[in-house]
Design a protein around this ligand. Structure first.
Ligand code: CMC
Length: 434
């Protein structure tokens, strides 16, 4: 393929000698895209990109990542600024509406979200159907999907008001659902949400308060919680977001789509990595064992990977990991905790970043590398780490889903394939099969 100076690519079929012009569409930042929408009609060929390594699946104005320099922007604002200067409700408003809210807009937004924090009482019975030792992500998949059985008045995706109500409901109810999943697993009573608290405080309250004692929320813990929510709020067209978009492209209701996102997030290559990092650090146990694990990560015959390292897009330090590392130090210092896992993580990072394998492949710590240590310090059990990611990412999923539905001419997502199975053959009767 050759690029002309007219903003098109010329594709030449060497077999027939025919040439095709493919338009190039520029973005406001980052690489432009080659528009291949008419490629099949014009050439009879599909494009082939199984892991979507070179495919722009949609147009979006929400989040921009420059992986080479480690840049992450939401609606143009850097993640560092947002984590330092905003709170999660600011960021949620920014993602959903495109702008940081004014004071008045923020009050209304917070009111609209908190109005929906309670769950239909019948949903509590759902939980009792799960085993007590169920992974909370398994419960999340079920209960989030189950919302569509309860909130029929916000499932008409063609109705703008219903779309907005569904967005508020999802944003408001996810912490309630998540905290109930935890309470169920430890056999404690569910806590109803408290709308006088901030989003992060309310989540902590529902997670950790018990009826027998007063629960005092530490401002340090609340701020760290809020920052974790901000850092995970959205991340462009990752696996779970693409899953939400694909599910939504068929016209499925938003609750079902977000449940699909939760399922996709669960895997260890994605949101499940924070849980996997902590397990890995515990398994490593001591810094003397680090070289052995580094060798295993480099061994192609060993499926082990250094969890919390590497990223499809970042070929530099994940900017979220930098903020998370700082937060980790602050939280441990302020809570007067001394977690040997932090020291181990820092040593592991140091050794990996000086190893030619990791250097050459540009494998840097990602957001999950330090988040587990912070979450542990805040009192979260390991099994809740990915759930927390899901709570935070809900606003991104919802904003991306809305953006897609509101796009004129939106189509169902329907990829094609390279077929490599048997060619057509005659049916063989049972008695003649060998
Ligand atoms: N440890 C050891 N080797 C690695 C690692 C790792 N963590 N990550 C990538 N590599 C190697 C990989 O073996 C491959 O080597 P080669 O080219 O010789 O075959 C090369 O680096 C490129 O890796 P890839 O798997 O082709 O890259 P990808 O873009 O498909 O995968 C990833 C990205 C994040 C799934 C991968 O780096 C990984 O599995 N990391 C560990 C899991 C993790 O931390 N996930 C959290 C991602 S950030 C949060 C989120 O978005 O959910």
């Amino acid at each position: 393929m050759s690029q002309s100076n007219t903003g098109t690519f010329t594709l030449t079929d060497n077999a027939s000698g025919e040439s095709f012009e493919l338009p190039v569409i520029p973005g406001s930042m980052g690489p432009s895209v080659i528009d291949v929408r008419k490629l099949y009609a014009q050439t009879g060929h599909f494009t082939y990109d199984p892991g979507f390594t070179s495919t722009g699946s949609c147009e979006s104005g929400l989040t921009f990542i420059d992986g080479d320099i480690g840049m992450l922007l939401h609606r143009g604002y850097s993640i560092e600024d947002l984590a330092e200067k905003s709170d999660f409700m600011d960021v949620a408003h920014l993602l959903l509406y495109g702008e940081l809210p004014t004071q008045k807009q923020k009050e209304k937004f917070v009111h609209d979200v908190t109005y929906h924090t309670m769950l239909h009482e019948q949903l509590a019975y759902f939980y009792r159907g799960f085993r007590r030792d169920a992974h909370p992500m398994a419960i999340m998949c079920g209960v989030v999907g189950g919302l569509s059985a309860f909130y029929h008045d916000s499932t008409d995706i063609q109705d703008e008001h219903q779309r907005m109500v569904a967005s508020f409901r999802l944003l408001a109810k996810m912490p309630t659902i998540a905290a109930m999943a935890y309470k169920y697993s430890v056999g404690q009573p569910f806590n109803y949400p408290r709308n006088d608290l901030s989003y992060a405080e309310n989540f902590l309250y529902m997670m950790f308060a018990v009826p027998a004692e007063e629960y005092v929320i530490s401002p340090t813990v609340a701020r760290a919680m809020d920052r974790i929510l901000i850092l995970h709020a959205d991340h462009e067209q990752n696996a779970s977001t693409s899953t939400v978009r694909l599910a939504g492209s068929s016209g499925a209701n938003p609750f079902a789509c977000i449940a699909a996102g939760v399922a996709s997030l669960w895997g260890p290559a994605h949101g499940g990595a924070n849980e996997a990092v902590l397990k890995m650090l515990e398994e490593i146990g001591h810094k003397d064992n680090i070289p052995e694990f580094i060798e295993r990560a480099k061994d192609k015959d060993d499926p082990f990977r250094l969890m919390g390292f590497g990223h499809r897009v970042y070929k530099n330090y994940d900017p979220r990991a930098k903020v998370m590392q700082k937060s980790c130090h602050e939280v441990l210092a302020e809570l007067n905790l001394d977690d040997p896992l932090l020291e181990l993580a820092m040593e592991l990072e140091k050794i990996a970043l000086s190893d030619p394998y990791f250097v050459e492949k540009k494998l840097f710590p990602n957001v999950d590398f330090y988040s587990g240590i912070v979450l542990k310090a805040l009192g979260f059990p390991t099994s809740m780490f990915t759930v927390l990611f899901a709570v935070a990412r809900t606003v991104g999923w919802v904003a991306q889903w809305k953006e897609m539905i509101e796009e004129p001419g939106q189509k169902i997502g329907r990829p094609r394939q390279l077929y490599t199975g048997p060619t057509q053959r005659d049916y063989v009767a049972l008695e003649k099969r060998s």
